[in-house]
Design a protein around this ligand. Structure first.
Ligand SMILES: [Zn+2]
Length: 452
C-alpha cells in the first residue's frame, strides 16, 4: 500500500475511518494509542530502528527516505509524527527553513517553518524520574500568521475533542499554512487514563488557571500548560463536552463583550454562539485575561465518541482557520453567519426518573413539555415544561434526578450587536447595561451545571 502516509494527504478512505471509529469507541486507551501513532519505538530513544522493527501498521519513514519527500518529520499513518523530540530533530528540514520564515520555538525545540512535529509535554512528575507526558502537535506554516492553540480533554472524560484535534491536525499542511497551529489533544492525561473528569486528587483542573508553581498539583499542572504552551498562542480554542451525563449541541461559548473574543467566535461561521462570561480559574478566562482571545467549543457528552458532533466541531474549526487567514477558504461562497444565543437552565422540581420528550437542537415554545420525571416509588409523574421559547442547546441524558437538577438548557436568540454594545458602552443607557449584566451574573451565580 502507500509507502508513506503524508501529513498533507487527505484523510484515510471511509473504510479506514470506520475502522478507526470502531477502535476509538472501544475506549480511551485505544484513542490514545491512535493519537500516539505507532507507540512502538516512536517514543523510544532509538533514532533509526532497523527496518524489520518498523511497526507494520504505521511504517516509519527511514531517514534516507525522508530526505526524498518535501515534508520532513513524517511517519505514523494515523497522525503526524515527528522524529523523537530530541535535540537533533530539526536537522533534516534545513532547506524548508530557508524557504520559509523563522523557526518556532516550543518546549525547548525549534520547529522549522514548513514542517509538522509532535512534541511531548510533561505537565507533572509523579516521582522523580517518572514523568507523565502528553503529546503536543505543532504545524508551523511557511508563511507568518496567527498562533492558534487547540486544547482538549482538560476534563479527562471528554473524548470528542480529542478526535476533533486529531482530524483537524491530520489535514493541516505546513507548506500552505500561514501561522502556527498547536494542538494539545489530552491536557488532563491523568484523568483521561482513568476515564475521569478530574485529576487524581479530585480537583477540577479547569478551576486552577493560570496556575501556581508552588500550589496544589492542579495549580502546578495548570501553570506548566499556561507558561510553556499557552503563552505562545495568539488565540485559543478549548474543546469540551457536557458534563455529568449531559450533552451539548455543538456550540461556541464566548464572552461577546470582549471584541477580540467576539471576532474569534464569529470565525466559526454557521455555528451556534452562546454569549457566556468565563468563570475565574478556567483556561478560557485565564487566556483572555492574559490578552489571548479564547473561546470554548462544546460538542456532545462525556465518555463517548460521537461522529456527528465531532464532524460539526471539525467543520467549525476549519472555518475558523480560514477566517483567520491560516488556510485557504474551501469555497468562494460567503461564510455562513453564526447565530447568537443567550441561555437559561430549566431544572427539575421533583426527584425521580427523568425521561426527555425533546431532542437536542429542537425548538420549543413556552409551555411545551420538555420531559417527565416519574417517582420510582409512588409512580407520581411531574412534567417539566419550557418556561420560554427557545432551542434545546443542552440537556441531561435520561437518568435519576434530584429536585433542582438542571435538566434542559434553553437558548434564546440574541442580537450580537446589542449584547456586545451593552457590555462595551459604559456611557450609554447604564440601567439597561446593568440589567443585562445582572441577568448574566444571576445565571452564573445559580450555577451553570456544565461550565467548561
Ligand atoms: Zn469540560
Amino acid at each position: 500500500m502507500a509507502a508513506n502516509a503524508s501529513f498533507s494527504l487527505p484523510p484515510p478512505p471511509a473504510a479506514a475511518h470506520s475502522r478507526a471509529w470502531h477502535r476509538l469507541a472501544a475506549g480511551p486507551w485505544l484513542a490514545l494509542a491512535l493519537l500516539l501513532g505507532a507507540c512502538t519505538g516512536e517514543d523510544g530513544p532509538a533514532p533509526a530502528p532497523p527496518p524489520a522493527a518498523a511497526a507494520p501498521e504505521a511504517p516509519v519513514a527511514a531517514p534516507d527516505t525522508a530526505e526524498n519527500v518535501p515534508v520532513p518529520a513524517l511517519g505514523g499513518a494515523a497522525m503526524p509524527v515527528s522524529p523523537p523530540a530530541s535535540p537533533q530533530a530539526p536537522e533534516a528540514p534545513a532547506a524548508d527553513a530557508a524557504a520559509g520564515g523563522p523557526a518556532f520555538a516550543l518546549l525547548g525545540t525549534d520547529i522549522p517553518a514548513g514542517t509538522s512535529t509532535r512534541l511531548m509535554w510533561s505537565p507533572s512528575k509523579i516521582f522523580e524520574g517518572m514523568a507523565s507526558e502528553t503529546p503536543v502537535l505543532v504545524v508551523h506554516g511557511r508563511k507568518p500568521g496567527p498562533v492558534l492553540c487547540i486544547t482538549a480533554a482538560v476534563h479527562g472524560d471528554e473524548l470528542n475533542g480529542i478526535e476533533i484535534v486529531r482530524r483537524v491536525f491530520q489535514d493541516l499542511d505546513p507548506k500552505s499554512l500561514a501561522g502556527t497551529a498547536i494542538g494539545v489533544p489530552i491536557v488532563n492525561i491523568h484523568g483521561f487514563r482513568r476515564g475521569a473528569r478530574y485529576l487524581p486528587d479530585r480537583r477540577d483542573l479547569n478551576r486552577f488557571f493560570p496556575g501556581n508553581p508552588q500550589g496544589s498539583s492542579a495549580a502546578r499542572i495548570a501553570h506548566s500548560l499556561f507558561e510553556n504552551i499557552l503563552r505562545r498562542c495568539t488565540a485559543l480554542v478549548d474543546l469540551h463536552t457536557g458534563s455529568f451525563a449531559r450533552t451539548n449541541l455543538p456550540q461556541v461559548r464566548a464572552d461577546l463583550g470582549i471584541e477580540p473574543v467576539a471576532n474569534l467566535a464569529h470565525g466559526f461561521g454557521g455555528m451556534l454562539v452562546l454569549n457566556s462570561e468565563a468563570s475565574p480559574g478556567t483556561l478560557r478566562r485565564a487566556a483572555t485575561d492574559a490578552g489571548i482571545p479564547a473561546v470554548i467549543l462544546e460538542a456532545g457528552e462525556p465518555l463517548r465518541l460521537q461522529p456527528k458532533q465531532v464532524e460539526q466541531g471539525v467543520a467549525g474549526i476549519r472555518r475558523l482557520l480560514a477566517a483567520l487567514g491560516m488556510t485557504r477558504k474551501a469555497t468562494l461562497l460567503g461564510q455562513p453567519e453564526p447565530v447568537y444565543y443567550r441561555s437559561r437552565w430549566v431544572r427539575a422540581d421533583h426527584g425521580g426518573v427523568l425521561a426527555s420528550a425533546v431532542r437536542l437542537g429542537q425548538t420549543v415554545r413556552p409551555g411545551d413539555i420538555l420531559g417527565n420525571v416519574t417517582d420510582p416509588i409512588t409512580n407520581e409523574q411531574n412534567l417539566i415544561r419550557a418556561p420560554v421559547a427557545g432551542r434545546v442547546i443542552g440537556m441531561a441524558v435520561n437518568q435519576i434526578v434530584m429536585p433542582g437538577f438542571a435538566a434542559f438548557h434553553l437558548g434564546t436568540e440574541a442580537q450580537p450587536a446589542r449584547t456586545v454594545a451593552l457590555a462595551r458602552a459604559p456611557d450609554k443607557d447604564k440601567s439597561a447595561r446593568d440589567r443585562d449584566v445582572a441577568a448574566r451574573d444571576a445565571t452564573i451565580a445559580e450555577g451553570d451545571p456544565d461550565t467548561e
